[in-house]
Write a protein that binds this ligand. Structure first.
Ligand code: SAM
Length: 245
């Protein structure tokens, strides 16, 4: 059978793509992309004329079956998402599971992912961490998840949309206490901004400056005391102007 390649693509800056991903995207029979128009821009930038098909949340059942049949028939398929690593808060996991069940080889091509990029620049401990993806939307599930996180000792990484950032920061403050935290916005893009401070400082900042763009929140783990956790973690943010490119 063919091979399913999981290809990491940029999370903003188009230069963040590996030579190997570029070669594989050239060579495969088919690229399955979350949003074909979005991926077409990337391919055009690198002059890659490959056949594209869509594979996203809403067609993943039917399209997945289709792709698996093509793989079984010997076609090589590259899976890409709109940003970063497919399968991380993006479609891909199911396809991998099904491919493995059917004995189709799956090869990962590493590259950018917003969670790791945010973690390493946050200044918070990367020794042990947990990735929460997007917190559940439903109030009950959300409350349950937040209460689990209240005594989580590892650094916590959360994805969030700009219009929900304030609500999430408020809930984190209520449930976890005023921890050291970092909001990493628009990583690798023109308006990249990494804001570090206590959760309450971040709240204050984003209440005055409406959150825009894509965010990763990184929050310090539980250290045994709710009250003093953010002491000594004053605002150490770099604004886009101060950053060296
Ligand atoms: N597969 C992607 C990855 O490997 O990081 C994640 C896809 S998920 C649908 C999109 C979320 O990732 C955004 O809501 C945001 O939380 C985060 N994200 C993606 N690109 C980002 C960037 N350039 N800066 C900050 N956060 C980003």
């Amino acid at each position: 059978s063919g091979v399913l390649y999981l290809c990491a693509t940029p999370i903003g800056n188009l230069e963040d793509i590996t030579l190997r991903v570029l070669r594989v995207l050239q060579e495969v029979d088919l690229i399955a992309a979350e949003d074909t128009r979005h991926t077409r821009k990337l391919l055009n930038h690198y002059d890659i004329r490959a056949e594209l098909t869509s594979y996203h949340d809403h067609n993943r059942r039917s399209k997945g079956e289709n792709l698996l049949q093509q793989l079984a028939a010997g076609q090589n398929v590259a899976l890409v998402s709109d940003a970063g690593m497919p399968g991380i808060s993006d479609p891909g996991e199911e396809l991998v599971v099904e491919a493995l069940k059917r004995g189709i080889p799956v090869i990962p091509l590493p590259g950018p992912s917003a969670l790791i990029t945010a973690l390493v620049v946050s200044g918070l401990s990367a020794e042990r961490f947990v990735f929460e993806g997007f917190l559940p939307r439903k109030n009950k599930d959300r409350a349950g998840r937040l209460s689990e996180l209240a005594t989580e000792g590892r650094t916590i990484i959360i994805y969030e949309a700009p219009h929900r950032l304030i609500k999430t920061l408020e809930e984190l403050l209520n449930c976890l206490g005023d921890r050291p935290a970092c909001a990493a916005r628009e990583l690798t893009k023109r308006y990249e901004e990494v804001r570090r401070g206590s959760i309450s400082q971040l709240l204050e900042h984003f209440s005055a400056h409406a959150p825009k763009g894509e965010f990763v929140l990184v929050v310090g783990g539980y250290s045994g005391s709710r009250e003093t956790a953010a002491e000594g973690w004053e605002d150490r943010s770099l604004t886009p102007d101060e950053q060296v490119r």
